[in-house]
Each structure stands twice: as structure tokens, then as C-alpha cells.
Design a protein around this ligand. Structure first.
Ligand SMILES: Nc1ncnc2c1ncn2[C@@H]1O[C@H](COP(=O)(O)OP(=O)(O)O)[C@@H](O)[C@H]1O
Ligand SMILES: [Mg+2]
Length: 379
């Protein structure tokens, strides 16, 4: 096989919207080239429907949302193809992550966005439900991006951390590109979900703290920050994963109330959430990455950051200060728009599935072994 053209569809825990990536995949260690990328924001009504389904959805609500998201994903893919002047006939498959509405590590993980609707509307086979098989094999079902990190985004000579800050934040340690032996990964905890939720609670029209502006105008409440960092999740050794069930809106509301009780301002609450993300990532890398060096000559491994959180300078600066002398490098500078990374990674995982190859990294998910992931819905 030579080049394969595919679309990756991602809608992450931040609930910001749908990311679609048109990707050219090459066999073996050939890599993935981003041809086109498109983001479609969820309206606040759509976001609300997903949050409601998670919190108190009836089977009927969930069933309708499953179909509605399938339609939404299909429209997003067609929009991407139109933008790229490509045709469904050019595609080998669509890899759709779906919208997680429940993730309870090791027990159940459930994504919505009906693959049948996607296949029917676009006329292309769909790979979906990547996480379920890993859970069935005793794994957490997350994170799944690590194999893509190993195969596509590792450094060719030395070790590198890949950090994605979406709704949750996850890191992958890659000893060298293409080398899965010694690689491991885990969710460090919240990414932008708590920051977003507090920002929206304070200003329902604001989708997020743009450019970290409000965090910069506030100051973290130090004592509360330490208490939050004492959460047992941060002490749990990898493999581990988390989600909105733990670090979601209820959690954010509690943080906001505690900042207020301590006499802090609205901006102090956003600053505290931003610091919590940066500190928990920094501590996790220091603690669980101890002794992992860039090269044989002791070079300190860099941390390559992607995801929407990389666009928040207040967050990135605090993280950089925390993990120095390790350099923080923006994924965009090395590869392509870091917000497209997960969609590209799922296109890669879809390729693994249609080729009959495993997509999980047991050292990342804790599964009993490598598994071919997902369901395939024919065109
Ligand atoms: N300019 C920006 N300033 C601050 N935060 C941003 C900016 N752009 C994006 N973000 C953050 O990135 C988030 C989306 O990140 P994303 O990687 O799509 O997460 P997920 O994969 O969980 O959906 C937004 O909700 C927001 O918190
Ligand atoms: Mg997103």
C-alpha cells in the first residue's frame, strides 16, 4: 500500500466543538501529513445538550443525541472535504472518535455520534468506538493517542514528552520515534475543562479564557491550590485516565465557591484553575518521568505541547516555569497546528484498524495486551 487519504474526526472533553482533519497516511514509519483542518464550534445549546445527557439524560435523550451528533459529524466531514476540494471517493475511511458522554476508567467508556449516519451521509466506511475494546481487555480505554505519538511524533534520536492539553491533559513519553518499548503515557488530570467551566460560569457568553487574559489578571489562591493538588488522583501511579466525571462542572463549581470563601476574586478563581492544570502536569512529569533523559549524553528531554491549552499563554508560561530546565516546545513549531493533533492521531489509529493492526499501547492503558481497536461500518 502507498498513500492513503483519510479523515479523522475528534470531539474532545472540552466540548469546544468538532475537529476534522484530512490526512495523508503513509505505510510503516512513513508518517502522517495534514492536508486540511477544520474546526466547527458547538453552539452553547449543543454543548448544553451534551452536558445534560451526561448529567441526567434519559435513554431517549441519549439515543437522539447519538443520531444528532452523527449528523453533525457528517456535516463537518463534508464541510472539510468541500474546503479541501476533495471528494468522498478519495477517502479510504473516516476515523471518528465520537463524543464521550461517560468515561469511568476500566469499567465503561461510551462515545456518541452514530457511525451508521456518517457512513450513510458521506458514503465512506467508518471506524468508530476505539476505546471499548481496550476496556474489554482490562484497560482504561485511554489515553489512545500514545501509539500515534510513538510512531509519528517522537524525536528521531532521543526521548521526548508529548503533552496534549484538551479538556483533560495527557502526556506520552517516547524514548525514540517508532520505539514503543519503554514508552508510557497517562492523563495527568484536568486540562482546560475546569478553566473553561469556571470562565463560563462567570460569563456565560465566554467560551473560554481567551489568551489566558483573566488568569493573568488574577492570582491563584495558594492554600486552596495546595489542597486541590492533594487530590488522590495525582498520587495514583500510571496507567491512569480521567474525565469530566471527576474534573468537570461540579468540580469547577466547588473550586469557584472555595475561592470566593477565601476572599478571592473571579479572576483569582480562573488563575487558580489555570495553576492547578499547570502544576499538576509539571508535578506528574517530574514524578513519573524521573530519570528519563533526552539522550545518552544526559540531555534534558523537551516537552512538546499541543491541544487548545497550548493557546493559553498564562497556562503555558506557568508550566514552562514549573518544568524548567526542560524546554517547552509548541507542537505547531515542529509539525502542524497542534489543535489538529488528536484528529490526525485518530486517522492514524483508523489506519491501524483497517490494516488489522493494534492501536492501543498497553503501557498507556493497562490493557492485557495490544488489540485491534474499534468497529468498522462499511460504506
Ligand atoms: N486563544 C485561546 N486562549 C485560551 N484558550 C484557548 C484558546 N484557543 C483554544 N483554547 C482552549 O482550548 C480548548 C479546546 O481544546 P481542544 O484541544 O479542542 O480540547 P478537546 O480535545 O478536549 O476538545 C478550549 O476550550 C479552550 O480552553
Ligand atoms: Mg476540541
Amino acid at each position: 500500500m502507498s498513500d492513503t487519504l483519510a479523515v479523522g474526526v475528534m470531539s474532545g472533553t472540552s466540548l469546544d466543538g468538532i475537529s476534522t482533519a484530512l490526512v495523508r497516511l503513509r505505510d510503516g514509519a512513513g508518517g502522517a501529513e495534514l492536508v486540511a483542518f477544520r474546526q466547527e464550534p458547538y453552539s452553547s445549546a449543543e454543548r448544553g445538550a451534551i452536558i445534560d445527557a451526561m448529567a441526567r439524560g434519559t435513554p431517549k435523550d441519549v439515543a437522539f443525541l447519538h443520531v444528532a451528533l452523527g449528523e453533525r459529524f457528517a456535516a463537518a466531514v463534508l464541510g472539510l472535504l468541500a474546503q479541501a476540494r476533495a471528494s468522498p471517493k478519495d477517502l479510504s475511511f473516516i476515523a471518528s472518535h465520537g463524543q464521550t458522554i461517560w468515561h469511568e476508567p476500566g469499567r465503561a467508556t461510551f462515545q456518541l455520534g452514530d457511525a451508521a449516519v456518517l457512513a450513510e451521509r458521506v458514503g465512506v466506511r467508518v471506524v468508530s468506538d476505539f476505546r471499548a475494546r481496550d476496556v474489554a481487555a482490562g484497560g482504561q480505554g485511554a489515553p489512545l493517542v500514545p501509539l500515534a505519538d510513538v510512531m509519528l511524533f517522537g524525536h528521531e534520536q532521543h526521548g521526548r514528552w508529548l503533552l496534549n492539553v484538551g479538556g483533560m491533559a495527557n502526556v506520552t513519553w517516547v524514548p525514540r520515534r517508532g520505539v514503543a518499548e519503554g514508552a508510557f503515557a497517562f492523563d495527568t488530570g484536568p486540562g482546560v475543562a475546569v478553566i473553561d467551566a469556571i470562565t463560563r460560569r462567570l460569563d456565560p457568553d465566554a467560551p473560554y479564557d481567551r489568551d489566558g487574559e483573566r488568569a493573568r489578571r488574577g492570582r491563584p489562591v495558594a492554600k486552596l491550590l495546595e489542597e486541590l493538588l492533594a487530590d488522590p488522583y495525582f498520587d495514583q501511579p500510571p496507567p491512569k485516565s480521567t474525565g469530566r466525571e471527576r474534573f468537570g462542572i461540579d468540580y469547577a463549581d466547588k473550586v469557584l465557591a472555595r475561592v470566593k470563601k477565601a476572599g478571592g476574586s473571579d479572576n483569582d478563581a480562573i488563575a487558580t484553575a489555570t495553576a492547578l492544570t499547570a502544576e499538576s502536569i509539571g508535578r506528574a512529569i517530574a514524578r513519573w518521568g524521573e530519570g528519563r533523559r533526552g539522550t545518552g549524553d544526559g540531555e534534558i528531554a523537551e516537552v512538546v505541547i499541543s491541544g487548545g491549552g497550548a493557546k493559553n499563554p498564562a497556562l503555558v508560561e506557568r508550566l514552562a516555569a514549573k518544568i524548567q530546565p526542560r524546554p517547552v516546545v509548541l507542537f505547531d513549531q515542529l509539525f502542524f497546528d497542534g489543535e489538529a493533533k488528536e484528529a490526525v492521531a485518530f486517522a492514524f489509529l483508523g489506519m491501524q484498524t483497517v490494516s488489522g493492526k493494534p492501536g492501543n499501547l498497553p503501557a498507556a492503558t493497562g490493557a492485557r495486551g495490544p488489540r485491534v481497536l474499534g468497529h468498522i461500518t462499511p460504506a
